[in-house]
Write a protein that binds this ligand. Structure first.
Ligand code: MLT
Length: 269
């Protein structure tokens, strides 16, 4: 599906709740340089619990690209505009994976009253270090020179667990193809936005809504002490570490991911 927002057309999935009496809404925000395709197993799996909506952020998947930077607040505003366009005014469960988690935290910062609960997967609260910012600049230059294929080639080894690489060649190929389909404008816009994102560590202590943290045991992006610090900082949060999953745990361990989310949602609704 597509919706026309003020400066671009946004593509999204919108799966109704399997039971018509479930009025809860779950918004799922993908990471970089990915698309809503990373939520495919969740669209059906979580519709048992409510209506599931997954946008392609601007510049990714089927959404149009606009010139960057894509600040996390801008991407959060796009999500809010999607909910507005769909007439959803009630608080929703906001889930984000990696960059999607940065956007979820920005959404929380800007629209706390619209958040009924948070699902933070494979993400971080801290800002980029100077080295990480340098890495963003190099990645943007690489994307501009050699396109999304070079970005996919550089990122693929870090995205999945060793077990996934050994046993699921079709999933490895799918993830590569999702990354290759990202637009260069989208890649550069997101890199500029992530580079400039603020530190959200202090925000974590202010979260009063239920929160679920989900990570893959083999995630190469988020060090374990940082995960434990997030868990400690968000009062009452639940933490699950999924075995045999890397950064893309939604695709690598979809059943265990969905089980954890459904159990969490039962405590929220
Ligand atoms: C993501 O998966 O969204 C990115 O790896 C996040 C990042 O580069 O900080």
């Amino acid at each position: 599906m597509q919706i026309r927002l003020p400066d671009f057309a946004l593509a999204y999935d919108d799966v109704p709740a399997q039971k018509p009496d479930r009025r809860e809404v779950i918004l799922l925000i993908h990471g970089y340089p990915l698309s809503r395709a990373i939520w495919k197993p969740q669209l059906e799996g979580l519709s048992e619990a409510g209506r599931v909506i997954a946008p392609d952020l601007r510049g990714f998947g089927g959404s149009q690209a606009t010139p960057g930077p894509y600040g996390m607040d801008l991407l959060a505003d796009d999500c809010a505009a999607l909910l507005d366009g769909l007439g959803i005014r009630q608080p929703v469960i906001v889930g984000g994976l990696s960059m999607g988690g940065y956007v979820a935290l920005a959404f929380y910062r800007k629209y706390p009253g619209r958040v009924g609960g948070l699902i933070l997967a494979a993400t971080r609260a801290v800002a980029d270090s100077p080295e990480a910012r340098d890495g963003r600049d190099k990645a943007a230059a690489l994307a501009q020179k050699e396109g999304s294929t070079a970005i996919a080639r550089a990122m693929l080894p870090k995205m999945l667990s060793p077990k996934t690489f050994q046993t699921r060649p079709e999933l490895v190929a799918q993830v590569k193809s999702i990354m290759e389909s990202a637009s260069v404008t989208g890649i550069v816009g997101a890199l500029q936005g992530m580079r400039a994102r603020p530190d959200s560590s202090a925000l974590l202590a202010k979260i009063t809504q239920p929160a679920l943290l989900l990570f893959g045991e083999d995630d190469q992006f988020v060090p374990r002490p940082e995960i434990d610090a997030m868990h400690a900082a968000i009062r009452g949060s639940q933490l699950h570490i999924l075995l045999d999953a890397g950064h893309l745990l939604t695709l690598e361990q979809p059943e265990r991911f969905n089980q954890a989310v459904k159990a969490f949602l039962k405590t929220v609704f």
